[in-house]
Write a protein that binds this ligand. Structure first.
Ligand code: C5P
Length: 246
């Protein structure tokens, strides 16, 4: 078995192949917002793989029957109504050709998405969609298994972790734009921990990923760290960068 490439060593990338930066981690670890800002800084496009699982879940929910009765083929069938649309800095999911952000981020979808994400044929579909859009653009992809399954050869792999209480607090501040009470944080922490356990099988840190604990980092610090790592690992011979000076 070949040993993993240490994260600080630039990988040899075939000339012309788009860059892939993989950011994985548990729910509410700040992956998506961090990945979005990293993509903007580097002028790459952000792909949120979780948003595809959410879009498929929302599409299946639109059929109206109880989630307990969802079979894998019936979920796979609705993937034909989900597509990824390019914007300046991202690829965003469309449902029946339309944006459905509020629906895919809603609590109904959040409750059922892990059930859908456990279906192997749905996982294959999501993985192929993400790989397809990454063939033509430099991307920052966030998810659970991007560095292990979707892009095992990613140019840079980052695994973000944070204390569950802090993750819950950040999520509530984002949701309500105010300071949450301790009782609210405790309730949200419980929900997050439950989702972590449902998603545990697919949430895997790649052996060659850089682990960043964001509990005591600001968003800007997280983004700056990842952008600096990305610049180092994607530097080409002849580029002036700290890596070349070593
Ligand atoms: O990232 P987010 O929490 O929005 O993802 C929603 C759900 O999609 C997760 O709870 C998980 O079940 C699933 N997911 C996954 N693999 C990924 C990304 C997300 O299983 N790469």
């Amino acid at each position: 078995m070949s040993s993993p490439t240490p994260p600080s060593v630039p990988r040899i990338r075939p000339r012309g192949r788009p860059v892939v930066i993989a950011i994985d981690g548990p729910a509410a670890s700040g992956k998506s917002s961090t990945a979005k800002w990293v993509a903007q800084s580097l002028r790459y496009r952000h792909v949120d793989s979780g948003s595809l699982y959410r879009a498929v879940t929302a599409a299946r929910e639109r059929l109206g029957d109880s989630p307990e009765s969802w079979t894998e083929p019936s979920v796979l069938a609705v993937t034909s109504t989900v597509s990824l649309q390019p914007t300046d800095h991202s690829f965003i999911p469309l449902l029946d050709g339309e944006l459905a952000e509020a629906e895919i981020r809603g609590s109904k979808v959040t409750r059922e998405v892990s059930r859908v994400a456990r279906m192997p044929t749905v996982r294959n579909w999501v993985n192929e969609e993400v790989r397809r859009v990454a063939r033509g653009h430099d991307v920052v992809v966030d998810g659970r298994d991007i560095g292990t399954v979707v892009f095992p050869d990613a140019d840079l792999k980052v695994f973000l972790v944070a204390d569950p209480w802090e993750r819950a607090k950040r999520r509530l501040v984002q949701r309500y734009s105010r300071k949450p009470s301790d009782a609210e944080i405790a309730e949200e922490t419980e929900r997050l921990v439950q989702r972590d356990s449902k998603d545990a099988t697919q949430t895997v840190q790649a052996r060659d990923a850089v682990l960043i604990d964001t509990t005591y980092l600001t968003q800007t610090e997280q983004v700056d760290r990842i952008v600096a790592l990305a610049r180092a690992v994607t530097a080409r011979p002849g580029d002036t960068s700290p890596v070349d000076d070593q």
